[in-house]
Design a protein around this ligand. Sequence first.
Ligand code: C2E
Ligand code: CA
Ligand code: CA
Length: 868
Amino acid sequence: MEPINKVIKILLVEDVATDAELTIRQLRRDGLVVEAQRVKTRDAFIAGLKVFKPDLILSDYSLPEFDGLSALLIAHDACPDIPFLFLSGTIGEETAIHALKAGAIDYVLKTNLSRLGAAVRRALDEAHMRLAHRQAESRFRDLIEFAPHAIVVTNDQGRIEIVNAQAESLFGYRRDEVVGMLSETLIPGCLRQWHEALQGRDPAAPDSGTTALTLEAIGRSKNGGEFSAEVSLSPLKTEAGLWISGVVRDISERKEQENRLVRLSRLHTVLSGINTAIVRIHDRQKFLEEICRIAVEDGLFAAAWIGMLDRDTLRLTPQAWVGVERDYLDQFGLSADERLPEGRGPTGVALRNRTGAVAHDTLDLPMGPWRTLLVDRGYRSTCTIPLLAGSEVIGALILYATQAGVFNEEERRLLSMVAADISFALNHFSQEEQINYLAYFDSVTGLPNRALFKDRVTQLIESCSAKHGGKIVLVLLDLDRFRNINEAFGRSATDELLREVARRLRSVVPEPGCLARIHADCFAFAMQETGNETDIISLLERSVAVRLSAPITALGKDIRTSATAGIVLYPTDGTDIDILLRNGEAALKNAKAIKARYLFYTSEMNARTAEKLSIENRLRRALEQEQFVLYYQPKIDLASNRIIGLEALIRWNDPEYGLIQPEKFIHILEETGLIVEAGKWVIHRARRQYHEWAAHGIEAPRIALNVSQLQIRQKDFVRHTIHLLGEHEPGNFELEITESLFMQGADQDAAKMKLAALRETGITMAIDDFGTGYSSLSYIAHLPIDTLKIDRSFIQDMTTSREHMAIVSTIISLAHSLKFKVVAEGVETHKQARLLKALGCDHIQGFLYSRTLPPWEIEEKLVLQQGM
Ligand code: C2E
Ligand code: CA
Ligand code: CA
């Protein structure tokens, strides 16, 4: 509340001059500075409102030529924001209630004037707050309007109060159609989920930031269409009750992607299940039945069956089935004969062409007995994959699913690997020889051995070359220090270790069917190449290396292991498996020699990897040898034009290339995790700088440090930072964090708590690059922060883009209503600075005032400012 120390203009509706005199004297005695005008007629009152422009009206109840109630009604119409108080000698209780109902703020009896001062103060405070509130609300509406996502605000009755343009286009309703509607209509069940989730908690409690909730629901648009929606709900305390604001995003695409991944991972399960069946089951019929069972139980297909092709009649005879009955299958009478109608469906095509065939939607099949058979059972898509002996078709695996469009290309590819496995097993069964399974599988891990791996990759190559332009990646993974481990821990422990490594690899490689142990300490896997070499690298770094790095407990001992990878690509590095393996082994050997974690066989790719590797190594060295330096950019206070802060920005003083800007290396520090170490160095260095300046008698302003999310996630971040910057340095340091830190689901509460703990010790917090991410304002309001830094991109365009101008202005006013300071980043022109000043922005930072400078140049500026 603002203290009332300015002159208060009071319009007195009073016929008795001495009463007016007494009133004014009383107000002054109560410490108010007042200027009053007395009126006693209607006309004088109306004129007074217009010309005198009072802050407050004090009115007698009954006057000879006028009356208080009429005055109230006039004032209420003309200027509802001006508080109206009755001051009367004779007001009875009933009249008083009537007056208050009509809109008067308060009434004071002339016989009890000592209450007047307090009543006036309170009335003015309330009026002030109402006004502020209304302004905040209109800014809030602006901000909603410019938000990058659809926003729907509902009132406490669940009815829609506000929507923005994005919501109009997402749901297809016009604003006037949708306001007043129940939000249930747009997002059924959403509010119910919210109330359930918040059961027992008060969403309007002061810490309600934590009651913000993100949930998934179905969105319904006007034309009846439905989409998967992600809704982030947060409470909004308004005068009219507790409203709820929902940010709605259409996530249909993401959901579909997720479903697809779920299906694919099921197929992987099918694949490894079949591998196991091959090793375990030696009976052909049992094996076929097991395949169908796995397909239905693990693959979640509605039904699966395997038919064998009669070479003479070209009929497909069911041999094993799960989920359907033999009678049912017989009704299809499938054939490979092109001349028969039974041979012209997808299965006939698959049998003749020796590749998988799919009915994406059985409703699209031509009318006929088959269609009826399938549709009646609710089968909406089918897939037939031929089983081969050499190049000859011997049968087919047929799958039915209850959804249409299940068998996309990726799914079919995996299924053809399933078929290849089945074919492989059947060939051996048919040769009726006593198969030595151990000839194909590694007895320790159960994975395919080198021979079977070669076989599998050859199949993969064949399916690839049939497709034209298909590429395959082969990765050879060699366990580091395997011999040492073997010697140190013994054979049994090593076997245990190998089994665990196999288990971990199986869970991360994209195609577990193509994972093998090809040599004592060497695993290999193959996969179709989908993207580029960085995908492979990220698979190796993010999944494989991470999975392998956790210690393995074997026979009660913790063993740490890591692996080196050699990578070859088909067809670039070889067109048959022997050449590929040879080159892969060469790459592996080279990798070991230069102590790289992985190496591509192809030189061109190596060049790129090597460059990255060498930067990484150089950065490591840079850290060790303190080649980093901190430069500083001043932050200027717009009101006083003085430097009120510095932002520390890192530079790399490379002995070979000179000063390197952060954009060239920060992301590598982040990717490699080196940022944690670098971040610690930054904190040390900045603190030392601060004290060096202090020792020279220079009063350095607060120094802001950029911290990366990775740093904040470290367990010891709070302890370490408080140790250096908290407690003994109150107010000397600030941390700059990007808002995305708070967008990451599970982590966000932890991050919030960490920052709050730091802030307790006097370290201030700023949100960096504000506006580039999306933070709900009600959420930002509850973060433990002091400052918002508006991203450079908005400042750059604010003089040319009306939208950016509006955003900047809304951010500033909102930030202020939330008691945050605002810094504008990247201010380059006087025009921008002037505009920002007019908008009430607190601080600016940018080339207009100063570039980022080395400490000695900053020192000059500080000395100058200090007038030393
Ligand atoms: P940032 O935190 O947004 O820092 C502001 C960047 O904007 C600085 O670039 C600064 O030189 C530049 N800048 C300032 N005024 C202007 C202007 O008027 N016009 C233009 N065009 N640019 C301006 P710099 O120093 O290259 O830093 C780039 C980014 O690198 C920083 O962005 C920050 O994200 C990161 N960074 C720098 N030092 C550190 C550090 O010590 N730790 C971490 N984690 N990140 C850092
Ligand atoms: Ca920054
Ligand atoms: Ca920034």
